[in-house]
Ligand binder design. Structure first.
Ligand code: FAD
Length: 364
């Protein structure tokens, strides 16, 4: 790997400071009065690190799963797999914008996947299509938020990170339940033991680099954190001797406010255990301001570290983007601006990254 030690050190200076600041912010938020909408799970945030991280260090996993070929479309619409809900928890605080749930699904080892892949979910029920015919609901895709070993490290479950899609009626100034998202609400309302029809796994765009020494830069907004969490659990929580992560992992995460952070308790534990290898920088659009005094969006945060990011990419780092489609135009125009500043051709730079397989985008 061609990046210099000095790049590594400068890129990671301040990681501990960030961790302390984030912990303080989290503590401060516990006292905030509940203002969100209670959809049945309550308004408090469930933590996950205490349930899903082995306190003794890296967890043992069934290593035979390392030999598995990339599974693709093992289950299709016509013959879906029937998984079982193990748990559904709200993982955002009372003042988050919307509700996001951590959903563990049991597949009993029958629906294995690689980190970075997605599952399809077919919600129960029917709809009337454009021809007036009653047909089953279509499949919706969800990035898998656990590694192949699942949150319990046995390869028998998979985790989804689902944001409940709601519809805000501006005229009524209220949510219209008739227009709420079908599948996300089905998943967030599901009870343990309930069955879920699933397809897949699918996706090859977000797979990890083969070489575990490759630095990985992750840029996520909202539930775009799902694939990143799957990587980070593989990097830092699992004992995989044949694929021990030796690179740098740098996560840029954009959400509206501190209450909307996802899996921060897990990430802070990882930073504590691997301060030289893992760094996380947040862009909290409704709390922080960018250098021009405007809202701090994800591209503003990445831009703050443009030199380190470009240096890491020059040295072969892979960059992953996941979240809502709307995040990409701002990021791309920021990168174009940085290229201009540096006197390099943006088109050639981006084309080079794509050609080398360093550029991974999954937005929806
Ligand atoms: P739908 O029922 O499909 O409705 C879509 C939207 O339309 C909703 O916002 C709904 O409120 C609104 N709506 C419904 N009726 C009306 C109406 N009459 N007028 C106006 N608006 C209306 N999502 C995640 O949460 N987590 C993930 O990890 C994730 N990963 C994804 C990965 C990929 C590769 C892709 C393609 C998508 C991913 N998604 C993810 C998005 C997910 O697939 C769904 O699109 C999302 O959950 C919404 O589906 P739904 O069935 O709840 O909403």
């Amino acid at each position: 790997m061609a990046f210099s030690i000095s790049a590594k050190v400068s890129a990671f200076t301040g990681a501990k400071v960030n961790a302390t600041r984030a912990q303080k912010a989290r503590r401060a938020n516990v006292a905030v009065k509940a203002q969100g909408t209670d959809y049945g799970l309550g308004l408090q945030m469930s933590t996950t690190a205490d349930k899903n991280i082995d306190p003794n260090g890296r967890a043992k996993v069934p290593l035979e799963m390392e030999k598995m070929e990339l599974p693709l479309n093992t289950y299709k619409n016509k013959e879906p797999f029937v998984g079982t809900i193990r748990s559904v928890e709200r993982i955002v605080g009372p003042n988050a914008t919307g509700e996001t749930c951590h959903i563990i699904i049991e597949h009993g080892g029958k629906m294995p996947f690689w980190e970075g892949q997605s599952y399809g979910v077919i919600p129960p029920g029917t709809k009337v299509n454009s021809k007036g015919k009653e047909v089953p609901h279509g499949v919706r895709l969800y990035s898998i938020a656990s590694s192949r070993y699942g949150d319990s490290y046995d390869g028998l479950t998979a985790t989804l990170c689902v944001r409940r899609a709601t519809y805000w009626d501006p005229e009524m100034n209220a949510e219209d339940p008739a227009k709420k998202g079908i599948c996300s609400n089905f998943l967030c309302d599901a009870k343990p033991g309930q069955e879920v029809m699933m397809t897949g796994p699918t996706g090859q765009v977000m797979l990890l680099p083969k070489d575990p020494a490759t630095p990985v830069i992750m840029v996520a907004t909202g539930t775009g954190i799902a694939p990143m969490r799957s990587y980070l659990r593989r990097f830092f929580l699992e004992d995989i001797p044949s694929w021990e992560f030796k690179g740098l992992a740098w996560l840029f995460m954009g959400v509206a406010n501190s209450d909307a952070k996802l899996y921060d308790d897990e990430f802070q534990e990882m930073v504590k255990r691997f301060p030289d290898q893992f760094r996380i920088d947040y862009a909290l659009s409704r709390e922080d301001t960018n250098k021009n005094g405007g809202k701090m969006y994800i591209q503003d945060k990445v831009e703050e570290y443009k030199d380190q990011v470009f240096q890491l990419l020059d040295g072969g780092a892979h960059m992953y983007f996941c979240g809502l489609k709307g995040m990409m135009p701002g990021i791309l125009s920021m990168l174009e601006g940085v290229c201009k500043e540096k006197g390099i051709s943006y088109e050639e730079w981006l084309e080079g990254l794509k050609k080398n397989g360093q550029w991974h985008v999954e937005v929806y």
